[in-house]
Ligand binder design. Structure first.
Ligand SMILES: [Zn+2]
Length: 58
């Protein structure tokens, strides 16, 4: 079951790419992204057109 992931900016449901079809937590917090050593990826929100950085917190 894919989780419904909302855009942290406009709250639209993001279209899940294959990375997001997981049960692990998706972290969008900017400060945490700056500090993580995990791979940071980008998804584009179809609604607000922003490029949103995230990483998978597993
Ligand atoms: Zn958005």
């Amino acid at each position: 079951m894919a989780q419904k992931i909302q855009c942290p900016i406009c709250k639209a449901i993001l279209i899940a790419n294959e990375d997001l079809v997981i049960d692990d937590k998706i972290e969008f917090d900017y400060e945490k992204i700056k500090e993580t050593d995990k791979e940071v990826k980008i998804i584009k929100c179809h609604n607000c057109k922003r490029r949103i950085k995230y990483y998978i917190d597993r």
